[in-house]
Design a binder for this molecule. Structure first.
Ligand code: PMT
Length: 398
């Protein structure tokens, strides 16, 4: 976590006076902090103070030619490992929810591929307003993480929910690995890797899945306190820490292992590349070569994901979709036809998806979608898991 590069956005609320302390807390924990202020924020705290504590010139305009020449706003968006906006006003949340890019900070938030975290701060009535609540839900659905607001004394001698969390709480939350309470103790079954469909005792049909994506998802879920059982096809990977692994060979074995756990399952994540077809009658002894060609009769395997999703047992079912063309159409079809809560789609082929160390996902759910950009599979898995957690939490809340 040392030398994490944070763009700290400060918007125009009274809690902006705490931002200097927040910069200090982040730097104490090893972060490099680049402050970006909105025009409103300047009414509450001066750039001079923030420059002094951050040891970097403060950025506050899209039209500052000298600053842009040193590091353009798109470069700055790419520089960030994290964009943290604290305080985030109701107006800023509304702009972000609706994709506005009318100043440096909103533009950065749209241009960055880094995680975006908001620490909202506003009057309690503004926080409770249905428009703000709808914007909050929309932002969370897209993977934006909200810290707070807390409850307590507000400006205008009122109290209620709307207080920005204390700088130390925000710094701790963004600089230390986080456990999402939504997933603590949740029983999750994850499938990973390829399956092997026997032709005879020595030959099989399989695919290029290495299991890396599924193992990363299992690890990321376990990091968040979920009780994870990984049903793994044959792979050459070490079991992820804190995860129970059951190894299987064929699609039929994987089906049996998953269905056996159906009753205990709160969530199912199908990352395995399960064979859709299997030799109809595998030979008992090794098939001898003969002159001419041979034909192999294949039978459809049972669809594990569709069976689980239609069983009504897990509260949440996530499928993957590996596509070489028309990714969105195929992914949306799988979401609908298999009655899933979420589908994570990836391009495969030519070094993409299968067996690579990195991946990118387009994630779809009924009524929404988001992108997780190309990164190491563990980083991508962690982002997918925080999205799953936000949707799972909402499902639990009814
Ligand atoms: O293992 P890696 O090398 O890291 O590669 C990762 C990956 C590309 C395999 C992974 O990210 C991925 O896309 N997994 C799903 C692969 C796949 O089989 O996709 P599909 O579109 O054919 O299947 C759709 C969904 O149905 C998947 O969740 C699959 O697990 C599930 N399925 C399919 C057939 C079947 N009989 N039972 C199933 O459960």
């Amino acid at each position: 976590m040392t030398s994490k590069r944070i763009v700290l956005g400060i918007t125009g609320g009274i809690a902006a006076y705490k931002s200097a302390d927040l910069v200090r807390r982040l730097r104490e924990r090893g972060a490099e902090v680049q402050v970006v202020m909105t025009a409103g924020a300047r009414e509450f705290i001066t750039p001079t103070t923030l420059q002094a504590v951050s040891h970097r010139p403060v950025r506050d305009s899209l039209w500052d030619a000298a600053a842009e020449a040193a590091m353009g706003h798109i470069e700055l968006a790419r520089w960030a490992d994290l964009v943290l906006v604290a305080p985030a006003t109701a107006n800023f949340m509304a702009k972000l929810a609706h994709g506005a890019a009318d100043d440096l900070l909103t533009t950065l938030c749209l241009a960055t591929k880094a995680p975006v975290v908001l620490a909202p701060a506003m009057n309690w009535a503004m926080w409770e307003h249905p428009a703000t609540q709808a914007n909050k839900d929309l932002l969370e659905e897209r993977g934006v993480r909200l810290l707070g607001p807390g409850e307590g004394a507000l400006a205008e001698s009122e109290s209620g929910v709307g207080r920005m969390l204390e700088p130390i709480e925000i710094a701790e939350a963004v600089m230390s690995p986080r456990i999402d309470p939504a997933l603590r103790g949740v029983e999750v079954v994850v499938t990973a890797g390829p399956t092997r469909e026997p032709i005879d005792p020595v030959r099989f049909i399989s695919n290029r899945s290495s299991g890396k994506m599924g193992y990363a998802v299992a690890r990321a879920l376990a990091e968040q306190g979920a009780k994870v059982t990984l049903i793994s096809g044959p792979v050459a990977l070490a079991p992820p820490a804190g995860v129970k692994v059951q190894y299987v060979e064929s699609a039929a074995d994987m089906y049996d292992a998953v269905i056996h756990r159906l009753e205990q399952m709160d969530m199912f994540v199908g990352t395995a590349a399960v064979a859709d077809y299997s030799p109809a009658s595998p030979a008992v002894t090794k098939i001898k070569k003969e002159k001419g060609s041979m034909e192999l009769s294949l039978a459809r395997t049972r669809d594990i994901l569709a069976t689980v999703a239609s069983s009504g047992r897990p509260i949440f079912t996530v499928g993957f979709a590996a596509e070489t063309n028309d990714l969105e159409t195929h992914a949306r079809n799988k979401l609908r036809s298999k009655k899933l809560d979420m589908v994570a789609a990836n391009w495969v082929g030519e070094g993409r998806g299968f067996d690579a160390d990195s991946n990118a996902l387009q994630v779809f759910w009924p009524g929404g979608s988001t992108e997780i950009p190309q990164d190491d599979k563990l980083v991508v898995a962690r982002r997918l898991v925080s999205l799953i957690a936000a949707h799972y939490r909402r499902r639990q809340e009814g």
